[in-house]
Design a protein around this ligand. Structure first.
Ligand code: SAM
Ligand code: GLN
Length: 291
């Protein structure tokens, strides 16, 4: 197979992956990824030939995709909230549902100029916190993660996207100081016994430490509820991504720790319960505030 045009290479790859239930959209992403093209650019260059090196690379990618590698790891990037984020096997590939969490925060805080202290806990690629900072440049956004390798990726993304964020390494709230008006987190929430329902490509390639949590997937919600108090004031809102069957349980956890809080569960576009907002409404004498 030599001197293939982009159109011929695509045709070959479509028939190759379709035999194995692969998706055409993945092939298009790989083909565009060879030259950093948009969909329109690919269309305009269909009759151009791949260089021999490009053909070798493309065939290698198609084979890896067929073996279960996520396209985003092959390309080293993923789209999220209109931005291109570097990803690798140390970071979760940001999901479309998570963009809905970002939208919820932005809808609740529409003012462009309001200065808020915001923390994104378990930031991975930095997807949530960086997207928020790009939309609300006045916000002082801190990204944390326990994984130094993930934070390195978040650092690259912050620099490439010119997002002014602070990155801190540590276990949940450990690296934070002071109070935050908005705290956001998409913590690991998959119960270990849910592995059998998961895609092979997620299980084999995405970091376990980003996915799984003990206590039926609820471990981090228990910890967040138990440890958040020093970092909140009466006005603080906490936004969490949750597993689609965890709404009731997460609401109960926060209601027990914070009886005066309002806890709202929200569905994603697919109709699944996917996010929780906790408005603490705590009395001043309950918080650890300095005032
Ligand atoms: N925020 C990113 C997103 O939404 O795409 C990544 C979310 S991923 C589900 C969870 C992240 O939490 C991973 O990056 C993982 O390294 C981090 N993490 C796991 N345990 C943690 C802990 N104890 N403290 C802080 N971060 C943790
Ligand atoms: N939504 C991710 C998945 O289904 C899991 C993310 C998480 O555990 N926070 O693979």
């Amino acid at each position: 197979m030599s001197n293939l045009t982009f159109f011929e290479a695509q045709k070959w790859a479509f028939s190759f992956v379709e035999k194995h239930d692969g998706e055409r959209s993945a092939i298009e992403l790989l083909l565009k990824g060879l030259r950093g093209w948009s969909s329109v650019e690919l269309l305009c260059h269909y009759s151009e030939q791949l260089t021999p090196a490009e053909l070798v690379q493309f065939k290698k990618w198609v084979k890896c995709y067929n073996d279960g590698w996520p396209v985003q790891y092959l390309l080293g990037k993923a789209s999220f909230f209109g931005h291109e984020f570097k990803v690798n096997e140390n970071t979760l590939i940001p999901r479309p549902e998570t963009a809905e969490l970002v939208e919820w925060v932005l809808a609740d805080y529409p003012a462009q100029i309001q200065q808020l202290r915001v923390a994104d806990i378990g930031t991975g690629t930095g997807a949530i916190g960086i997207s928020l900072q790009k939309e609300r440049p006045a916000w002082e956004v801190t990204l944390t993660d326990i994984s130094p390798a993930a934070l390195q990726v978040a650092q690259v993304n912050a620099a490439r996207l010119k997002a002014h964020v602070r990155l801190l390494e540590g276990d949940l709230f450990a690296p934070l100081t002071g109070q935050y008006q908005v705290i956001v987190s998409n913590p690991p929430y998959i119960a270990v016994n849910e592995q059998r329902f998961m895609d092979k490509s997620v299980l084999e390639h995405e970091p376990n430490a980003a996915l799984f949590a003990s206590e039926n997937g609820l471990h981090f919600y228990h910890r967040i509820a138990a440890e958040i108090k020093p970092f909140i004031s009466a006005e603080t809102c906490l936004y969490l991504e949750i597993g689609f069957q965890q709404g009731m349980a997460v609401k109960k956890i926060f209601n027990e720790h914070f009886p005066t809080a309002s806890v709202t569960v929200k569905r994603d576009l697919a109709g699944n319960e996917r996010m929780v907002k906790v408005e603490f409404n705590i009395r001043r004498d309950e918080s650890n505030a300095d005032y």
